[in-house]
Ligand binder design. Structure first.
Ligand code: SAH
Ligand code: SF4
Length: 425
């Protein structure tokens, strides 16, 4: 019999990338929010408006937008001086008002399996609030490199098996902060056109990624911190920039948005972004799903699956991925595996079993490997590929659901204390 158990990721044979350089974590207190706005993450129309403010005449705007877009998203320019095809005067005028800044990288961790995690710092919502922190993870595999992006600082939902769900603070990320995560990853990996490829690059020059069109970051998943469909517009705008063929150019088929089931925005994701969809199902009965994914009380399984059936562009070639976290003695019986297959009948689906990734203080355990294999076999025998997602980067708490930054909402008292300190400074 064919072995049903597949793993989606083997230990990487992708070259280890990354420019030399050590990222030293600076204390939060030393953080300086950017003084000028960054052009990263603006749509073409917004970029045109920015050019108008520095006096670029309307007739030239489209051409200038095109140039800057190329420098930003194909070449990865970090300052205006790099933009050699743009006149010196315009570069100076832009630099006086704008930057090309990305979120500040405060730490970089590299797992024994090649997974990288970056801790990024963002400005707080007002000047007295501490800066916010988010995490972003790069997972190299043999045939692809996947970047896992955050959409919010923390998450308003409280799935009890998810580390992010225990973090109180929530602020939506801006499109610039979402696109900024891609920029940071490509900066750190040396993944821009014309950039020196990273250290330890095993490719010969004839097989250079640049020539073959292969890049370190080939896929994007919105599976980091936050619920992307609760920050819909910013996520949409950022993903449309990532998919733009004249820029970062990651095909929409290589972009997957994972939702815990925000039914009200699922159709919009299909229509307005057109990316692939992943749904965090995790249970086959409402009673258990109410507990594991509390949003189920608002949007129960039947409604969620209806929205999936109607997902724009759904076909056998474009299936929805159903994620199912394997929690020991909670949702991992073989009866549940059978029920899962029945539940999804008729929906073009893939089922992705995720071994639970533990984090400090959790009350859950990962199912035994033997049980995961048996569960997977039931699904395989029903005709589904049932890849088990090999945990990546567990040693640096970079695996699914382990992300949590130190940012927490300040209590009113803490805020008052900070304000008082600022006033007496
Ligand atoms: N908020 C979105 C996307 C981020 S979570 C969502 O919930 O879909 C990405 C995936 O990791 C989800 O399927 C989530 O349920 C899963 N996950 C969360 N915590 C996990 C953990 N500790 N171990 C394994 N998977 C986890
Ligand atoms: Fe939020 Fe997703 Fe974690 Fe649930 S699993 S708390 S929706 S990030």
């Amino acid at each position: 019999m064919t072995e049903p158990l597949q793993t989606t990721s083997a230990p990487s044979t992708m070259p280890t990338a990354g420019p030399a350089g050590f990222v030293e974590k600076t204390p939060l207190e030393r953080y300086l929010p950017p003084a000028k706005p960054s052009l990263v993450g603006l749509s073409r129309a917004q970029l045109g408006e920015a050019l108008a403010t520095v006096g670029v005449p309307p007739a030239q705007r489209n051409m200038r937008v095109q140039q800057i877009w190329h420098w930003l998203y194909v070449r990865g320019a970090r300052d205006f001086d790099a933009m050699t095809s743009v006149s010196k005067e315009l570069r100076a005028a832009l630099a006086a008002q704008f930057t090309l800044a990305r979120p500040e990288v405060v730490a970089e961790q590299i797992s024994t399996d090649g997974t990288r995690k970056w801790l990024l710092r963002l400005p707080g919502e007002h000047s007295l609030e501490r800066p916010h922190e988010i995490e972003c993870v790069y997972i190299p595999e043999t045939d692809r490199g996947t970047l896992c992006l955050s959409s919010q600082v923390g998450c308003t939902l409280t799935c009890p098996f998810c580390h992010t769900g225990t973090q109180r603070l929530v602020r939506n990320l801006t499109p610039g902060e979402i696109v900024g995560q891609i920029m940071v990853a490509r900066d750190r990996l040396g993944d821009w056109l014309g950039a020196a490829r990273g250290r330890g690059n095993a490719r010969s020059s004839a097989d250079d990624g640049e020539k073959s069109g292969q890049r370190f970051v080939s896929n994007i998943v919105m599976m980091g911190m936050g619920e992307p469909l609760y920050n819909f517009e910013a996520v949409r705008d950022a993903l449309l920039i990532a998919a733009d063929g004249e820029g970062i150019a990651i095909s929409k088929r290589r972009i997957t948005l994972s939702t815990s089931g925000v039914v009200s925005n699922i159709a919009r994701a299909g229509a307005e972004i057109g990316c692939m969809l992943a749904v965090s199902l995790h249970a086959v009965r409402d009673e258990l799903r109410n507990e594991l994914v509390p949003l189920n009380r608002k949007y129960p399984i039947e409604q969620l699956l209806d929205a999936c059936r109607n997902y724009p562009g759904l076909s056998n070639a474009r299936r929805i991925t159903f994620e199912y976290v394997m929690l020991k003695d909670v949702n991992d019986s073989l009866a549940e595996a059978k029920a899962l297959v029945k539940l999804l009948a008729g929906i073009p689906a893939k089922i992705n079993l995720i071994p639970f990734n533990p984090w400090p203080g959790t009350r859950y355990e990962c199912s035994d490997w033997e049980r995961i294999e048996k569960f997977s076999e039931v699904i395989f025998n029903a005709g589904y590929a049932s890849p088990v997602r090999t945990p990546r980067g567990r040693d640096i708490l970079a695996a699914c659901g382990q992300l949590k930054s130190a940012s927490e909402k300040l209590s009113a008292r803490e805020r008052l204390a900070l304000r008082a300190m600022a006033m007496t400074d």
